[in-house]
Design a protein around this ligand. Structure first.
Ligand SMILES: C[S@@+](CC[C@H](N)C(=O)[O-])C[C@H]1O[C@@H](n2cnc3c(N)ncnc32)[C@H](O)[C@@H]1O
Length: 236
């Protein structure tokens, strides 16, 4: 971690080179987590996960509430980062009902500190580092959640972890659970920058068919600042 941080400082003027080197040396998710870790450790935890806290936090929160999220519901925030949306959900949900997990240990550490700083300790959010960096959800075995959200997460994922997510998330869903995620749309799959991917709707439609979900485009109800699309996934 300290080594990564120092390297990042040394590469201050050429952030792309630093990120490219990380990705040459490590597997994709490991490199992405190291990149997020370093950015959070640099002290700008808000920009590390995409910035725009004032707009992107309420946007996620309002959308889920409009779609039926109640304080008694249990929610899993997949790739919760430094709690840009998470803080709104922690405040709103009953104690113990918010779970956030992330591959970045620094983001989770920051989130835990923020919860205490904001006097929300009694809300007892469950903030978990995804040690194995996969989307098999083994950490949550035996639990079900009413709402799932992955905001700005699949936008940064190659096809394999996305398929892993579709293959496993059903274990945590009951008949009325709903999974919302954002993605970059495109007419075909493209890995268009080091940590950004776009997919056509049909990609998720075929994953839905394979793993037993309906998928529905909800982008008209989700005015994302840079045009990420919103998808609703339910068990068939
Ligand atoms: C752009 S940030 C968005 C954070 C948060 N959802 C928000 O909207 O503020 C993406 C986050 O997803 C996390 N992430 C990416 N892939 C993940 C995975 N497979 N499992 C868990 N977290 C992941 C990253 O570490 C990062 O913190």
């Amino acid at each position: 971690m300290i080594k990564t941080f120092i390297k990042r400082i040394l590469n201050w003027g050429s952030p792309d080179k630093y990120v490219r080197e990380l990705h040459e040396k490590k597997g994709y998710l490991e490199a992405y987590a190291a990149h997020t870790d370093a950015r959070v450790a640099e002290g700008d935890a808000k920009r590390a996960i995409g910035g725009s806290w004032e707009k992107m936090g309420p946007l996620q929160f309002d959308f889920l509430v409009k779609n039926g999220l109640l304080p008694e519901h249990k929610m899993l925030d997949i790739g919760c980062g430094t709690l840009r949306g998470g803080m709104h959900f922690v405040k709103y949900l009953n104690p113990g009902n918010y779970t956030g997990f992330d591959i970045s240990a620094e983001a989770i550490k920051f989130g835990k500190e923020l919860v205490l700083k904001e006097g929300l300790g009694e809300k007892k959010p469950n903030l978990v580092v995804s040690e194995k960096m996969n989307l098999k959800f083994e950490e949550f075995g035996g639990q079900t959640f009413d709402f799932f959200l992955a905001q700005s997460v699949l936008t940064h994922l190659p096809p394999e972890p996305i398929e892993e997510c579709f293959a496993n998330i059903g274990k945590l869903m009951h008949a009325n659970s709903v999974f919302f995620f954002t993605y970059f749309g495109g007419d075909r799959y493209r890995h268009f920058s080091i940590e950004d991917f776009c997919y056509p709707f049909a990609h998720f439609e075929s994953l839905g068919k394979e793993y037993g979900f309906s998928v529905r485009d909800r982008s008209d109800d989700y005015p994302h600042l840079i045009g990420q699309k919103m998808m609703e996934v339910r068990k068939l």
